[in-house]
Design a protein around this ligand. Structure first.
Ligand code: ADP
Length: 493
């Protein structure tokens, strides 16, 4: 264990690291729709290496039942009241890679999709929240800290403090991690009353009310002992209205306990040295020929002109406003007409952006490829083959793609927001420092200028060498995040 952490333990008169239970709607590799699952799946493993016993509690979703049922062990079951509903709760256990995952079973709530949307989703996770609170005293594990993730589990601290006063649930400490503030779980008071029977005195702006609704994430921000988000810059951005989606008031009021911890990537999974998805593997020291083979393979497979000398820009992304597609749509034609470049997009999402890119592909045959869909294997080839990776996000809590791109030697071009600002050091033409390019404002012409600067640098081998090798050397492992989380847990005790 790191000396600083040992010192913190001694300062608190403890001999052991804290016991933590992570509560989340999804956990990789068992259930996954996005980055939240990766964090919840990877963090306990990294925490175990520094002596923190961190376990996970998550719904027993259909997709987990289908693949893991034979390895799941039934621990116990009981019934809970959810308003007038009397519901079955099964607690199952699954151990993988040394991590214990408790699964909350109920076919009615988790028999199909991970997220049902709207009120049905509210009911799914109201059930999960009550089931977790009632399961805690019965578990074979006594956590000191409950680590909540996003709105689906953000009601835990409030209910623990107002409905379990003096009991073990009330005595535990609660950390709330906000992975994306755009999703808050807003419902009518009658719905929350029906689900949880919360005393009406809490339906006020000091507690759960926001814009006339009950807001689960706000409740978490009010009642959690600490709050963190997934990058230091995003932690400060969500204190201003442009990013905060209405929560700036409570987050400013609680800024003393609000911090940012950057996520990491799985460096074994995303490794150009061993990646089976690549036609040629490469290392930092010997990357030129490997990357050239990858570029050639991608160009061939995607119908791009077979040229080694042209800069290849790439995006691998959900196609939404958050990811800056408005900017791309604004300057794409200008760039494609004037510049000697290629553009590869792998993504799916909003129909209007998909249609725009599909139409653009027809206008620029051999120069632009828009592959609409979600393809894990192809994404690895795109990271390896590209020279530049474009991520002009309107907001970006952390962002994993830019870290993956850097690991594969694709130089990122990002907007200076959230985790993008914290992970990419912009190229400085005077000092030669930097491992990517960036622009400050959400402005298409600023993005175009950054891309033009990248193209100018592409012609200078020495500059590109420096940029690529600094990018590939960046350490984005989960070890650093785990240490930071351990420090946060200790602060709370
Ligand atoms: P977000 O979680 O906001 O979508 P991140 O950058 O944090 O964005 O993570 C996105 C992850 O999903 C990355 O691993 C990226 O490679 C992957 N990804 C996104 N879109 C696609 C796609 N169309 N095909 C394959 N992988 C994708």
């Amino acid at each position: 264990m790191k000396e600083a952490l040992s010192q913190m333990l001694r300062d608190r008169g403890r001999s052991e690291m804290p016991k933590v239970l992570l509560a989340a709607a999804e956990c990789a590799p068992f259930s996954k729709t996005g980055g939240l699952a990766d964090v919840v799946g990877t963090l306990p493993k990294a925490l175990a290496k520094i002596g923190v016993d961190a376990r996970v509690i998550t719904p027993y979703h259909r997709c987990i039942k289908d693949r893991y049922a034979s390895r799941v062990e039934h621990l116990f079951d009981f019934r809970i009241m959810l308003g007038w509903r009397n519901a079955y709760v099964g607690i199952e256990r699954l151990c993988e890679d040394g991590v214990t995952v408790y699964l909350v079973d109920n076919e009615d709530y988790f028999g199909d999709r991970i997220y049902r949307g709207g009120l049905p989703e509210g009911e799914q996770y109201a059930f999960f929240t009550r089931a977790v609170l009632e399961a805690l005293p019965r578990l074979d594990f006594r956590p000191e800290i409950i680590h909540c993730n996003d709105w689906h589990t953000a009601m835990l601290p409030m209910l623990a403090h107002i409905q379990y006063r003096g009991r073990m649930q009330d005595e535990m400490k609660y950390l709330l991690t906000i992975h994306n503030i755009a999703f808050q779980g807003r419902f009518g008071f009658d719905f929350v009353q029906d689900m949880f029977g919360v005393d009406p005195c809490y339906y006020t702006p000091e507690f759960i009310e926001l814009n006339g609704c009950a807001d689960f994430l706000k409740a978490g921000c009010v009642f959690a002992d600490r709050i963190n988000t997934v990058s230091p810059t995003y932690a400060s951005e969500i204190r201003i209205p442009y990013y905060a989606e209405g929560l700036e008031g409570i987050l400013n009021a609680r800024h003393a306990v609000l911090t940012g911890i950057i996520n990491g990537i799985d460096r074994d999974f995303f490794n150009p040295e061993t990646d089976p998805a690549l036609p040629a593997r490469y290392t930092l020291a010997d990357r030129k020929s490997g990357k050239a083979v990858c570029k050639h393979a991608l160009q061939e497979a995607m119908g791009l002109a077979q040229r080694a000398d042209v800069p290849l820009f790439a995006m691998v992304t959900r196609m939404t406003e958050q990811k800056g597609f408005d900017l791309v749509a604004c300057v794409l034609d200008d760039m494609m007409c004037r510049e000697d470049m290629q553009f590869m997009l792998l993504g799916n999402g909003d129909e209007r952006f998909e249609n725009f890119m599909t139409a653009a592909e027809k206008r620029y045959p051999g120069k632009l490829c828009a592959y609409i869909g979600y393809k894990e294997e192809l994404s690895h080839l795109v990271y390896a083959a590209s020279d530049f990776f474009l991520m002009p996000s309107r907001f970006e809590p952390c962002g994993l793609s830019q870290m993956i791109a850097m690991r594969y030697g694709s130089v990122p071009i990002v907007r200076e927001t959230g985790g993008l600002r914290d992970t990419v050091i912009p190229y400085n033409r005077f000092t030669g420092e930097g491992d990517g390019f960036s622009f400050a404002n959400f402005d298409a012409w600023e993005m175009r200028d950054a891309m033009r600067l990248a193209m100018a640098c592409y012609k200078d081998e020495e500059i590109m060498e420096g940029l690529i090798s600094r990018a590939m050397q960046k350490q984005f492992g989960f070890e650093l995040s785990a240490e930071e989380y351990a420090r946060h847990y200790l602060w709370m005790l």
